[in-house]
Design a protein around this ligand. Structure first.
Ligand SMILES: [Zn+2]
Length: 391
């Protein structure tokens, strides 16, 4: 066979270097880049999707360059990305597809080292990790590093399917369902779901404006269903005592915010409204006395539920609708939620509600776009490490 000059050059480059990165590449047998590419089986799909035309080589070995891979990845992966749960299961069953999908979103301009930020990195295809060529510790990194998946032994195929299920379900997905569906332990599933909820958490920096409905609710077991000893311990008064107060704010035809509040007294509710609603907005509330004096900063309309529920456009039915969805998930799926973890379940329902107009694949893409730069360890989750996660 006539070996072209270009091929000879690749062979020369490959033989020159002996580091681990290049060692892997040595196992790749470049027969002739112009006609045929015989590679290690694990590279095949990555190489195929990365479109190894002659132009993309430009005198380098493709496996040593993240740039060529990542420049071509977004185009290649978005054309066949999944639209339904069934397609997602099939697509993410291939570990290379999982990497392609995440790389396209995390590093659209080329893979960079999460430790030092350098773009001088090489892909070790046999182990599906990158090697940073700058000398420092943790120079090898996978796509999981610096995301909610970091340090998880569970494969990306299961992670991404769990994300699809949680971001697109109606009333929540319990850890027992994930345990059975993905064949992982219930404890792992519970930890996994909480990490996904952290990803779904929004910083809610944008304030609500226009017409905003505000309301509060209490989450917690009904006293009549409790064992006598539990009831004696928890219920020390009437109304919302022994339960967790949650405040909700809904911009009509817009986004919702829901937060755990220490109580439903005026100061707590007013500071929540001030933090989340732009001045001059129109605020609708029920007749709870704690909302008195909101009219000093807002146009405040009150609907007295003892008389009627709707008076023209004065009502709080939008936020009541959100409570209904939230409680359907908490009562029907999660059943037993510790007050300490309640804000995570709020984050989950708020994410689905705020993206209610998107379709399943769009909602999943939003969820995936939020996994980067976040981390939740088990110790933090169960409260053994004091790191603030709540908003
Ligand atoms: Zn580095």
């Amino acid at each position: 066979m006539l070996i072209s000059l270009k091929t000879q050059f690749y062979v020369f480059v490959i033989c020159m270097f002996g580091s681990e990165v290049y060692g892997v590449c040595r196992r790749t047998k470049c027969v002739d880049s112009e006609t045929e590419l015989s590679v290690h089986p694990s590279y095949t799909s990555l190489l195929r999707l990365a479109d190894l035309s002659n132009d993309s080589f430009k005198g380098k070995n493709i496996l040593d360059s993240s740039r060529h891979l990542s420049y071509t990845l977004p185009m290649m992966s978005k054309s066949n990305e999944p639209k339904t749960l069934q397609e997602a299961i099939v697509y993410f069953a291939n570990p290379d597809n999982c990497i392609l999908y995440l790389v396209a979103r995390r590093w659209p301009d080329g893979v960079t080292c999460p430790t030092c930020g350098s773009d001088n990195v090489g892909f070790i295809a046999s182990r599906r990790v990158w090697q940073c060529r700058t000398r420092h510790s943790q120079a090898q990194f996978s796509v999981k590093v610096g995301t909610i998946f970091e340090d998880s032994p569970i494969g990306l195929d299961k992670w991404l399917c769990a994300m699809w299920m949680l971001s697109n379900c109606k009333n929540g997905i319990s850890s027992w369902e994930i345990h059975r569906a993905l064949n992982i332990t219930q404890k792992s599933a519970w930890f996994m779901l909480h990490r996904i909820r952290l990803a779904l958490q929004d910083d809610h920096s944008a304030k609500l404006s226009g017409s905003v409905e505000v309301d509060e609710t209490f989450i917690g077991g009904k006293a009549r269903n409790m064992h006598r000893s539990v009831r004696a311990r928890r219920i020390k008064g009437t109304g919302g005592s022994g339960k967790v107060a949650v405040m909700g704010l809904l911009e009509r035809h817009g986004e919702v915010r829901a937060t755990v509040v220490p109580n439903v007294r005026r100061q707590a509710l007013h500071s929540e409204v001030n933090n989340r609603v732009e001045q001059g907005a129109t605020v609708y509330s029920d007749a709870l006395r704690s909302y008195d004096r909101l009219e000093e900063e807002y146009t405040h309309h009150v609907i007295n539920h003892a008389e009627k529920y709707v008076d023209g456009h004065i009502h709080t039915n939008g936020i009541e609708n959100f409570w209904s969805l939230l409680k359907r998930g908490l009562n029907g799926t999660y059943v037993s939620v510790e007050p300490f973890h309640l804000f995570r379940y709020l984050d989950e329902q708020v994410f689905r509600f705020n993206n209610r107009k998107a379709n399943d694949s769009e909602r999943f893409h939003f969820a995936v776009s939020r996994i980067f730069g976040k981390r939740l360890t088990y110790a933090e989750l169960i409260g053994k490490e004091d790191k603030k996660q709540s908003h």
